[in-house]
Write a protein that binds this ligand. Structure first.
Ligand code: AKG
Ligand code: FE2
Length: 349
């Protein structure tokens, strides 16, 4: 094990095995949406593909999505410059228990340390959230981002990228709404005072990739994740049909989309959020950039009434998004030695 700290070591069943299935998640071409001249049948076909990808995989890639390639490249360039600095420099914008945005290098997933460094920022500045996870404390606080001095154009690039991601994510939410038989803008109101945020993930090369993970297996807790990755393989998705870990092959300029726990609840489990994890490389570093579309803090997340009936009663009790989010953020920061809060805690029966 040599120099690897014990805090990083995964239990036997969570380690990545050498032989993994290299089969892609569905790839959906969004060009019928982008070029307005498209015919209705093409558009309906996209909605159908989105619906079946959400149901069967909980994950898919989109191509020809219309989101700016230049903005993404600029963001990637600036992100690399940021992570190339020394730890001391990066620690100037280090997050802490109260200021949860910024740089961090000791995140835990399920109480095991991830082999990664991150930089987090919210899309709205400031973002309104509860001051504490205590359900009786109704105080609201503001989250501000911690912008570094260097690289000087990081902030501008990341803010612009955030706008691009918000637009794409809301477009995808329209398609998801249609695929569930809902009005296209059914979800939009939930994001008016969104708490959405973006993470820059930097996974350095690891001398023991068979013992350690870049990011331990988890489900995303928000509504929808829109992930950009560089050309180094690393993301693995747990295939719903047989529980096998499947590697996601990077496609240039594509985005990987996954259903989060909030959609799982809204859709009363018609669509489920799926576990995924990040494996490491002994030679190459890897960068990835998830955008987490998350609702306003005051949102009570619960199955949508119009999807319920006698045969399909609600599977979850309502929960407050802001309290959930804050509890989750805190437990990824320090080892509380307890299982993370998850939607399962609100499951009926
Ligand atoms: O790096 C990746 O490909 C995925 C990262 C991830 O799942 C996350 O940050 O939630
Ligand atoms: Fe994730």
């Amino acid at each position: 094990m040599g120099e690897i700290d014990e805090a990083f070591i995964q239990t036997e069943e969570n380690r990545s095995k050498v032989c993994m299935i290299e089969e892609g998640i569905p790839v959906i071409d969004l060009s019928p949406l982008v070029c307005g001249s498209s015919s209705e049948p093409c558009f309906e076909e996209v909605v159908r593909q989105i619906g079946s990808a959400c149901r069967e995989w909980g994950f898919f890639q989109v191509i020809n999505h219309g989101s700016s390639v230049e903005s993404r490249q600029k963001m990637e360039e600036e992100a690399r410059k940021f992570f190339q600095q020394s730890k001391e420099q990066k620690n100037e914008v280090r997050r802490d228990a109260v200021h949860v945005m910024g740089y961090f290098d000791s995140e835990l997933t399920r109480n095991v340390r991830d082999w990664k460094e991150v930089f987090d920022y919210t899309v709205e500045e400031p973002t309104l959230v509860p001051a504490s996870p205590d359900p009786h404390d109704l105080t609201i606080t503001h989250w501000y981002n911690k912008w570094p001095q260097y690289p000087p154009h990081l902030r501008e690039a990341l803010e612009e990228y955030g706008k691009q991601m918000e637009e794409l994510a809301l477009k995808l939410m329209e398609l998801i709404a249609l695929s569930l038989g809902l009005a296209p803008k059914r979800f939009h109101g939930f994001f008016k005072d969104q708490t959405s945020w973006i993470r820059l993930n930097f996974y350095p090369p690891c001398p023991s990739p068979h013992l350690v993970l870049g990011c331990g297996r988890h489900k995303d807790s928000g509504a929808l994740t829109v992930l950009a990755q560089d050309d180094v393989c690393g993301l693995e998705v747990k295939r719903k049909s047989d529980g096998q870990w499947v590697r996601v092959i990077p496609a240039p300029n594509a985005y990987i989309i996954n259903v989060g726990a909030v959609i799982e609840v809204w859709s009363n489990e018609t669509y489920e959020s799926v576990e995924h994890r990040v494996i490491l490389n002994s030679e190459k570093e890897r960068l990835s950039y998830p955008f987490f579309l998350t609702p306003a803090h005051y949102t009570m997340v619960q199955p949508l009434e119009e999807l319920l009936n006698n045969q399909n009663p609600p599977k979850y009790r309502p929960y407050n998004w802001g309290k959930f989010f804050l509890t989750r953020k805190r437990s990824n920061f320090v080892n509380l030695n307890v299982e993370n809060i998850q939607i399962y805690d609100f499951k009926i029966n």
